[in-house]
Ligand binder design. Structure first.
Ligand code: ADE
Length: 256
């Protein structure tokens, strides 16, 4: 993959980032641009083998300057989240950036969602994000500062057939604002990023129907966004160019 970036080369040299869900889709694009700009990136998700393969594949790209390392972590499990943060501090000496991108949902009319399905989506997207923020704070950022980005979705005016995810992501946006206030004096910035409708093969494979064609028609831009466009926004917010930006949500093109 030919990685390009509008940012200056080596912008993130010497920095350490954790990207949950960093092996696929938007997370992989974020990981690759960060690493292209010199950042060491730890990608974390549940399936260790797939994660390692993704890291190996990305590291093989000559455009990558930082090192990409895979650490398995189920963000729903507090002990595993604590272990992730401790392992990164032990191996890399710090955590400069945390990108909470790991999450998931399934399409279902609200009236048919089971308790199991509801809880799984809330636990992953809301509680998992909270746990990552809390343990990044406890293990490093509380004493040293850092930057956190919570990836949400374009759920501002409702999220049809995704009531669980819309509720969880909206809650994450509010959590973002609260943590920005609570942690501002610790040198921590925390913002949320809401990608508009972004086409990635991972996302397409996740849905039983072609959700992207219909969506393309209602885009004011006439096209869907790309994972690379989300990655660029994330890199901007992590960079010193956004040094006084906290508690904000930023969106790539919204059609709501
Ligand atoms: N991506 C989707 N679900 C996840 C989970 N439970 N832990 C980490 N990454 C995930």
């Amino acid at each position: 993959m030919n990685i390009t970036s509008v940012f200056k080369p080596d912008l993130f040299t010497g920095k350490v980032a954790i990207v949950t869900g960093g092996g696929t889709g938007i997370g992989a694009a974020i990981t690759q641009e960060l690493a292209h700009l010199g950042c060491d990136v730890v990608i974390a998700s549940r399936k260790e083998q797939r994660l390692k393969e993704a890291a190996d594949q990305m590291n093989a790209n000559p455009n990558i300057k930082g090192r990409i390392t895979a650490i398995a972590c189920n963000i729903r499990q507090e002990e595993q989240v604590k272990n992730l943060m401790q392992s990164v501090v032990k191996e890399f000496g710090k955590i400069d950036f945390l990108v909470n991108n790991g999450g998931g949902q399934f399409q279902c009319p609200a009236e048919n969602i089971s308790m199991k399905g509801w809880s799984a989506v809330i636990d992953t997207n809301l509680t998992g994000t909270f746990l990552c923020c809390q343990h990044a704070f406890r293990e490093w950022m509380g004493a040293n500062g850092g930057v956190i980005i919570n990836i949400v979705v374009d759920m501002w005016r409702g999220f049809v057939f995704m009531s669980h995810s819309g509720a969880a992501r909206s809650a994450v946006d509010n959590l973002t604002k609260t943590l920005a206030l609570e942690w501002a004096d610790k040198g921590i910035r925390i913002n949320s990023v809401a990608p508009g409708t972004i086409y990635s093969e991972t996302a397409a494979a996740n849905y039983p129907t072609d959700v992207f064609s219909a969506s393309r028609e209602v885009q004011p831009t006439g096209r869907l966004g790309t994972p690379e466009e989300v990655a660029a926004l994330v890199c901007f917010i992590l960079s010193p160019a956004a040094a006084f930006m906290t508690g904000i949500f930023a969106s790539t093109c919204s059609h709501s």
